[in-house]
Design a protein around this ligand. Structure first.
Ligand SMILES: C[S@@+](CC[C@H](N)C(=O)[O-])C[C@H]1O[C@@H](n2cnc3c(N)ncnc32)[C@H](O)[C@@H]1O
Length: 307
């Protein structure tokens, strides 16, 4: 049973919602939750308000929470169905990190430059997620794009999304198994191949250094871009740090020294858009590295002082 105060608060919140005062309505619902933190209806109503305020992901997550608190309310399911079908949520699903390459336009130009200058036979991506960057790459090239995803639901989503692009193959495999199996099949001979390594996500299992070992041992003319990488002389770029010895930066790549890699960093972050995640581009073949060096938005990566 509700005590008097929450009932009155509900009336006020509903009235505010009907007047279109969504921010004020959300504040009143939040106050209801401070008194009754498990109240499914308050979570549901906050979800509706957030969704209407354009926070579509938060809105859906909130209604999910309401359903975990009370899964007998038909109206909650109806709200959820409406949200999932809404074009705003469908658009969110297609661009979860705001756009391809985290909506970073400079990074998009760098990858286009890599395609133009390396003229790859095949392109490999690890970590498909919802296929946003895969779609961008596939539309920018006639080369075949192979991409792998470990999560079965993201794999299913991306497969459906990319089904009309004839130059894309989505594979449901761990990135290391994927590279071991597909690279020898589709990166044969001395044709150049591009790699976009973006399967770092799981705090317990960081596949990156193994992925790089597999690539460089098999493809002498590989050009690799790694996302979420520390650009140590430019703090405007953010990066992944999974704890001691697992910070994505140049020292982490020390085991690659035997391949004599050339490293390139993106130009200054002040010229970048979107999420501004750092990156590095690596080539081991000297002639290919010289071509990649012509991309205006790239510069040779300086070694950090400790190395
Ligand atoms: C940062 S997201 C990738 C984003 C995507 N490349 C894009 O630009 O839109 C990382 C993805 O890698 C997947 N992943 C994590 N570990 C993996 C592994 N070992 N093998 C394959 N995929 C993995 C995750 O499930 C997640 O979907």
């Amino acid at each position: 049973m509700f005590s008097f105060a929450p009932l009155r608060a509900y009336r006020i919140a509903r009235a505010l919602y009907q007047q279109g005062r969504l921010e004020d309505a959300e504040e009143v619902y939040q106050r209801i939750l401070t008194v009754m933190p498990d109240d499914a209806l308050a979570h549901h109503d906050i979800g509706v308000v957030q969704f209407e305020r354009g926070q579509v992901y938060q809105g859906v997550e909130r209604v999910k929470l309401a359903l975990t608190r009370d899964s007998t309310r038909v109206a909650f399911f109806a709200t959820m169905a409406g949200m999932l079908e809404d074009p705003a949520y469908q658009a969110y699903l297609r661009s979860p990190f705001y756009g391809p390459f985290n909506a970073q336009q400079m990074r998009q130009r760098i990858f286009r430059g890599m395609i133009e200058l390396a003229d790859p036979r095949s392109i490999f991506e690890t970590g498909t997620f919802r296929g946003t960057t895969t779609e961008f790459i596939a539309r920018a090239t006639t080369a075949h794009v192979f991409t792998c995803e470990i999560d079965v639901n993201y794999f299913a989503f991306a497969t459906q999304r990319l089904r009309e692009l004839a130059n894309v193959t989505v594979v449901h495999l761990d990135s290391r198994s994927f590279l071991k199996r597909y690279v020898p099949l589709f990166a044969r001979g001395d044709a150049a191949c591009l790699f976009y390594l973006d399967a770092h996500w799981d705090k317990e299992d960081l596949p990156l250094i193994e992925e790089l070992g597999i690539v460089f041992a098999q493809v002498p003319r590989a050009v690799v871009m790694i996302d979420d990488f520390e650009v140590w002389d430019d703090p405007g770029y953010s990066f992944d740090d999974y704890g001691p010895g697992r910070r994505l930066g140049l020292p982490y790549l020390a085991p690659l020294a035997r391949f004599a890699p050339r490293y390139f960093f993106p130009a200054n972050s002040s010229g970048e858009t979107g999420v501004r995640r750092g990156s590095v581009v690596i080539a081991t073949d000297p002639a290919l590295a010289a071509r990649i060096a012509r991309i205006p938005e790239l510069r040779p990566a300086p070694m950090p002082p400790a190395l």
